[in-house]
Design a protein around this ligand. Structure first.
Ligand code: ZN
Ligand code: ZN
Length: 241
């Protein structure tokens, strides 16, 4: 934590070109290293029969390379927009545990609501061209996570600055949530399913299964973190009903 604190304070005080370069390196490294690790690990574990692929259809030619290219552009956009958080953060860390819990809960609710409705908007006739970049990946890979059009990357990257403009949020919490969210999104697109049907395993498998169905079939399962809005708006596929 002390290292994150030192890095954050340096980043907050740095001139913007330096802060931008640091944010770009941090986002790109987190994306590339996590996607590579999950890609390698899932290939090794499926080969040994320990986990299984959710979707077995063939990858498109050069799919991973294309996804990676879009992902790196998305990281550059996230880095640029992260500079806005330097203008609107309220503190480096929360002053109490209650404050920390409140910030995390309100942000997760905000994120899931914002991303559900933005995702539905992106599936409308006018905007589907933008979102089509992400849907080129029918069988998803960890690299698909940020394989998005630059406009969609901007809609994702603006989430934290927008939230921090509206409600109090510490930059340290935003930092941890952003990078945890990145890992989660990469896992969500990993196309993997743990073997077994007990409750904890089902809980781990549900989100990737829902999102894989979204990539295979389109127009339903718009949620990311959970199926709350899909259940409320009845936009989930029957396997979750
Ligand atoms: Zn979609
Ligand atoms: Zn996706």
């Amino acid at each position: 934590m002390a290292l994150i604190d030192t890095l954050l304070n340096y980043w907050l005080a740095a001139p913007w070109p330096i802060a931008l370069a640091i944010a770009f390196i941090a986002n790109t490294s987190a994306y590339l290293l996590s996607a590579y690790a999950i890609d390698q690990l899932s290939a090794a574990l499926t080969a040994r029969g320990l986990i299984e692929w959710l979707d077995n259809c063939a990858l498109k030619p050069r799919q991973k390379q294309q996804e990676m290219k879009h992902g790196i552009v998305a990281c550059a956009i996230f880095a640029t927009l992260s500079l806005l958080t330097r203008e609107v953060y309220t503190s480096v860390w929360p002053n109490s545990l209650t404050e920390l819990i409140l910030q995390v809960i309100t942000f997760v609710i905000f994120y899931e609501t914002y991303s559900y409705f933005i995702h539905r908007l992106l599936h409308t006739k006018r905007l589907i061209k933008i979102h089509a970049v992400h849907h080129r990946s029918v069988r998803t890979t960890p690299w698909s996570a940020y394989s998005v059009h630059p406009i969609e990357a901007a809609l994702i990257g603006i989430t934290a600055p927008l939230f921090m403009y509206l409600l109090p949020m510490s930059i340290g919490v935003a930092f941890v949530l952003h990078f945890s969210g990145m890992m989660f999104t990469i896992f969500l697109h990993g196309n993997i399913s743990l073997r077994g049907v007990n409750r904890p395993i089902k809980l781990v498998n549900n989100a990737p299964l829902d999102h894989s169905k979204h990539h295979q079939l389109g127009n339903k399962n718009f949620g990311f973190v959970n199926a709350l809005w899909d259940n409320l708006m009845q936009t989930n596929y029957p396997h979750r009903k």
